[in-house]
Design a protein around this ligand. Structure first.
Ligand SMILES: [Cu+2]
Length: 143
């Protein structure tokens, strides 16, 4: 009889140990799940960040200027900005057509570079000094 009594006690201990084991397993599974969810969130956020950036964003924007020399100067300034793939300024319409990689630059960066060489854009204007550095034939009428 004492044997079976011991057996009963051992079985009980065994059951408790097993329950503890499953609890530990459940907890580590839960930790794995929490980790996976965190990982997926990080991926989702970084993927979204890149989705918003267009590698071939097209823009048309107004830039003031006069002649062929202005055209060269404006286009050269635009191409000096990393990420500018195409820049073409029309003498007659004053429209600058751009294709830019928005992972590397923004339209604002291009406008700043153009204003720096003396040409006013719709939102970024040249300083008086930068404008006056232009050849007199290139000094367009400022609005
Ligand atoms: Cu000019």
């Amino acid at each position: 009889m004492p044997i079976s009594k011991d057996n009963g006690k051992n079985q009980y201990q065994f059951l408790i140990l097993n329950k503890m084991k499953t609890n530990i397993q459940k907890n580590s599974n839960m930790m794995k799940n929490v980790f996976l969810v965190l990982l997926m969130t990080v991926f989702a956020v970084s993927a979204q960040g890149q989705e918003n950036k267009n590698k071939n964003a097209k823009y048309t924007t107004e830039v003031n200027g006069n002649c062929e020399q202005c055209q060269k100067r404006i286009q050269k300034a635009a191409y000096s900005v990393p990420g500018v793939k195409s820049a073409s300024w029309d003498i007659a319409t004053h429209q600058l057509s751009l294709i830019i990689n928005e992972e590397k630059c923004s339209l604002m960066d291009v406008k700043k570079a153009i204003a720096k060489v003396g040409h006013d854009t719709d939102s970024v204007k040249s300083t008086k000094e930068d404008y006056e550095k232009l050849h007199t034939c290139c000094q367009y009428d400022r609005l």
